[in-house]
Design a protein around this ligand. Structure first.
Ligand SMILES: Nc1ncnc2c1ncn2[C@@H]1O[C@H](COP(=O)(O)OP(=O)(O)OP(=O)(O)O)[C@@H](O)[C@H]1O
Ligand SMILES: [Mg+2]
Length: 445
């Protein structure tokens, strides 16, 4: 359940908004005194904030600026009265996600919040690879149409994220997004899950059941792992897709629905067709457009922005100040092959965040987090020169020993088994400060 913080001095407004949002299955915290915003935000994690621009005694823009600075991933939607629209517009320049004008129309409120939260789940900041930019422009273009889209890509590349983005950016965003995982449900139950059944239609059918097609009417049905769909069921699917109607199990009444189909698979459907396990006619039906998400190892430019995004996210979850990756740490992240793609990266950064004690993530933090992963270091990028690797380890080791001795040079030199002059030279070469290498807290960018 997504959690929303609403800040406004008008308590009647707060009550109304709370009721509306809770009715739409959001969890809501209201605050009539913006001065408390900071402590509330520090203690709990929110998915979105609604913030009044004009509150007596405090400048909404200042509250906004602090939020943007402290929680750059948190979308803030400004709420303004008629007379304060110009301030709301100014707020967008200062990092607000959007603004809503009072009185707020419910439909617009819900859509704006949904989009804000959707955006939050994407690391789409600058610096993403051209491959991901292409995926995004495809989403934007295909979202507005009703076309069936097949999303392909290895496990963990973000197929479900793309499916949701297609829905939330479409005109259907106010309606249901239903997911059916074709691999996880036994094929006998699958048919009923899709089309529903009437009471008594088979033993065990003790009451009527509404299928996903009907539930998703007006919205989107996401068929995940479609490559695993039972062959016999594929024929029934084909008929619904062609005719837009079906019968519930045990009924001969046709049901008409308006559902957009998005499917995803990490299998090679072409190969399944050749093996006679996937119907070619169904393939052409679901694959009007294909969005292919390349594996992470083929879009290494995305590793850094994603890693930084996840670090910020987990830091927020654990209330830690984790600021950056050391260049060596990033290097290792980039050399690794990521067989589990973005999901694996996210999990690794999670582990790093849990164990990190310093604000800068070091190479050894990363190696430790990768310890139990399949250890596939890329053969595609030429590996590092030996001297660079040695220098990398040397730099890190010196930094660690300096930190351990509290920056005492004599002691450090002694431990390292080198003389002070050599230590000085190396520190200069690597740009290591005399102080323990612990960056100031505000060194964010
Ligand atoms: N560009 C991205 N920005 C932020 N998070 C991402 C991005 N791409 C993927 N993720 C995250 O990676 C994880 C895996 O994504 P998702 O579940 O969409 O992958 P999938 O392709 O459906 O995987 P599978 O084939 O295993 O079902 C999710 O936690 C998702 O939020
Ligand atoms: Mg998936």
């Amino acid at each position: 359940m997504n959690k929303i913080l609403v800040i406004d001095n008008d308590s009647a407004f707060l009550m109304a908004i709370k009721e509306t949002l809770e009715y739409n299955r959001y969890s809501v915290v209201t605050l009539s005194n913006p001065v408390q915003a900071q402590s509330v935000l520090a203690g709990q994690t929110f998915d979105c904030v609604l913030l009044d621009v004009a509150m007596p005694g405090i400048n909404g823009l200042e509250v906004l600026e602090r939020m943007v600075r402290e929680q750059p991933l948190l979308p803030v939607i400004m709420v303004s009265g008629e007379s304060t629209i110009s301030i709301a517009v100014e707020a967008i320049h200062r990092g607000a996600y959007d603004f809503l004008e009072k009185p707020i129309e419910t439909k617009r409120l819900l859509i704006t919040i949904k989009k804000a939260i959707e955006k939050k789940s994407w690391a789409i900041e600058k610096n993403i690879s051209s491959a991901l930019k292409k995926v995004w422009s495809d989403i934007k273009q295909l979202a507005v149409s009703n076309a069936k889209v097949l999303i392909t890509g290895e496990t963990g590349t973000g197929k479900e994220l793309v499916a949701r983005a297609l829905h939330h950016n479409s005109e259907r965003s106010g309606r249901r997004f239903e997911t059916l995982n074709c691999a996880s449900i036994p094929s006998e139950l699958m048919e009923s899950e899709l089309f529903g059944h009437v009471k008594g239609s088979f033993s065990g059918a003790i009451r009527d059941h509404t299928g996903k097609f009907e539930i998703a009417d007006g919205g989107t049905l996401f068929l995940d792992e479609i490559g695993d769909m039972d062959y016999r069921l594929q024929a029934k699917m084909l008929r619904v897709l062609q005719e837009g109607e079906f019968e519930k199990i045990g009924s001969n009444k046709s049901v008409r629905v308006d559902v957009r189909i998005i499917s995803a698979t990490n299998k090679n459907l072409r190969a399944l067709i050749d093996e006679g396990r996937f119907r070619e006619d169904l393939y052409h039906r679901i694959n009007v457009f294909e969005i292919n998400i390349p594996p992470l190892r083929h879009r290494k430019d995305d590793i850094r922005p994603l890693a930084e995004y996840f670090l910020a996210e987990w830091a927020q979850t654990y209330n830690k100040k984790l600021i950056r990756f050391s260049p060596q740490a990033l290097q290792i992240l980039q050399e690794y092959d990521w067989p589990g793609n973005v999901r694996e990266l996210k999990n690794v950064i999670h582990k790093i965040a849990v164990f990190a004690t310093e604000t800068t993530i070091s190479a050894s933090n990363v190696l430790r987090a990768l310890e139990n992963n399949p250890q596939r270091f890329s053969r595609e990028t030429p590996s590092m020169l030996l001297k660079d690797k040695v220098a990398m380890l040397e730099q890190e080791h010196i930094g660690n020993v300096l930190a351990a001795t509290g920056g005492k040079l004599n002691k450090t030199a002694e431990i390292l088994g080198i003389d002070r002059t050599t230590l000085f030279k190396k520190m200069k070469k690597y740009g290591i400060e005399k102080e323990v290498p612990n960056p100031p807290d505000d060194a964010t960018s």
